[in-house]
Write a protein that binds this ligand. Structure first.
Ligand code: FAD
Length: 450
């Protein structure tokens, strides 16, 4: 007979969004013993971005307890004691095996039955992996991925083993591949980066910007190989991977391989029950699932309408959205749809959640990444024509201008906190600019109409 537990709200998932949901619930005055977090992970929710930064940095070597949520905003890592003291039930090592949305029931692999009034789906993504049937020998030892603490420990063990003498191959050209490469270089490991695009981070960066970051990597001794599509891996005598071969015949050897080829949303529990979109779970402006107002989806797994950009449905795999959407869902559950209710907007306890304290979820995208001593921040939408000023690594600004001459997106490197605040305001207000004038000037601040 399975043990049964009832909660008013269950957060399914134990990542960034789950941690911020618990934090918001407590901050917004939610009652004790009414909220539970179910996580398959062995540790409390943590700031996942630290895995490819402080956790691997040879000088910092942060431990997970230093970056449990909400270390990034409250300088207060929420350990198990925090959950206990605040009356939030935290179930670790508890993987949901089955969810029945019609009876509001969750069954976990370790034999619990949970009943909820409201469910917040925060199951995030998992690393996309090669399958050995498509990429021969891709299941060999020494082919690594990075999504959770377990993966990060494996990568760190390899780093410790080969520090100062080893060679790694990083497969992928997105921000995660760039961050991992930076960590490996800091640990004196030689790196080849091999990626499918013509240049790094081609989903966001214009070529002109990417080339500048590429030069930074080359200056650090990293070998960059573009247009690489993996064909197969090779096996050493001891069962470890020894090399990777690409479709054009190029072959690169290494002691270990870190594969960063994207992420897959964890939606399987809800297939056939909830409406899917963009590979995730479709929600409305209040983050409620279509046809199920008591079920919310937040963070990486949610496909939501981007209100500021013609309600285009998007799925955003970045940490700022996971934090704010979690806070927004909790606000909606505790206080109903606060549309027009300025009380919440004026509540200083909520000022940290800019997107949440507004009515429905009105999110202006914000992404960031850090590598070496660089840090880029992006605000808004990268559609339209890109105009670039300045140079990495000193100072660079890119503006994306739509056909209507509105600035819709801004990328900054090497800018001051004030300039970041201005960039956010610009992404929110989307001022019109004179594009012919823009061609001629080099000082971005001269063109904004506030
Ligand atoms: P996740 O944090 O992935 O959490 C999902 C949780 O649900 C996990 O704990 C998972 O184990 C759990 N789960 C899934 N299925 C079940 C189940 N059936 N039962 C129980 N639990 C389940 N973004 C940035 O903007 N900037 C960065 O610099 C940055 N760096 C990153 C570095 C790394 C290494 C990674 C992996 C991501 C990074 N991101 C970054 C992205 C950011 O971390 C994610 O957008 C964010 O973690 C999403 O939060 P989430 O809660 O939706 O999902």
């Amino acid at each position: 007979c399975l043990e049964s537990k009832n909660y008013q709200i269950i957060v399914l998932g134990g990542g960034v969004a789950a941690g911020y949901a618990a934090f918001s619930y407590v901050r917004m005055g939610g009652e004790s013993n009414q909220l539970a977090v179910l996580s398959e992970e062995p540790v409390p929710p943590y700031e996942r971005p630290s895995l490819s930064k402080g956790f691997m940095d040879p000088d910092i070597r942060m431990e997970p307890s230093e970056f449990y949520t909400c270390a990034a905003i409250a300088q207060l890592p929420q350990d198990e004691k925090w959950y206990e003291e605040h009356g939030v039930a935290l179930y670790l090592n508890t993987r949901a095996q089955q969810v029945d949305v019609s009876t509001k029931k969750i069954i976990s692999e370790n034999g619990h039955i949970f009943h909820y009034e409201k469910l917040i789906i925060a199951t995030g993504c998992r690393a996309r992996k090669y399958s050995p049937s498509q990429v021969p020998f891709s299941n060999l030892d020494g082919i690594l991925y990075l999504r959770n603490i377990e993966d990060a420990n494996i990568v760190r063990n390899w780093i410790d083993e080969l520090k100062g003498q080893g060679k790694a191959v990083v497969i992928g050209g997105g921000y995660l591949a760039m961050e991992i490469t930076s960590c490996l270089v800091s640990n004196n490991i030689q790196v080849t980066m091999a990626y499918p695009g013509d240049y790094l981070l081609n989903k966001l960066f214009p070529a002109q910007v990417a080339k500048q970051y590429e030069q930074v990597f080359r200056d650090k001794g990293v070998e960059l190989l573009s247009n690489c599509f993996v064909e197969n891996f090779y096996e050493r005598n001891d069962g470890f991977a020894s090399a990777v071969r690409f479709q054009d015949g190029r072959k690169v050897s290494g002691d270990f391989f870190i594969v960063c080829i994207g992420a897959i949303p964890n939606t399987e529990l809800f297939q056939g029950q909830l409406q899917l979109q963009n590979g995730g779970i479709e929600v409305n402006h209040r983050l409620q699932c279509v046809g199920f107002p008591d079920i919310y989806a937040v963070g990486d797994v949610a496909s939501f309408p981007l209100k500021a950009y013609s309600n285009r449905p998007v799925r955003i795999e970045h940490v700022d959205h996971s934090r704010k959407s979690a806070a927004s869902a909790i606000l909606d559950i505790l206080h109903g749809n606060p549309y027009g209710n300025t009380k919440h907007r004026d509540d200083p306890r909520l000022s940290i959640f800019r997107a949440a304290v507004d009515t429905t979820y009105d999110y202006v995208p914000f992404y960031y990444s850090r590598m070496f001593d660089l840090c880029w921040n992006f605000y808004g939408d990268s559609s339209g024509t890109a105009f670039v000023w300045g140079y990495v690594p000193s100072k660079m600004v890119t503006l994306w201008i739509e056909l209507s001459s509105k600035v819709v997106g801004i990328l900054l490197e090497g800018c001051s906190p004030f300039e970041h605040r201005v960039a956010y305001r610009v992404a929110v207000n989307r001022p019109k600019v004179d594009t012919s004038e823009l061609q001629r000037i080099t000082e971005a601040s001269q063109v904004f109409e506030y």
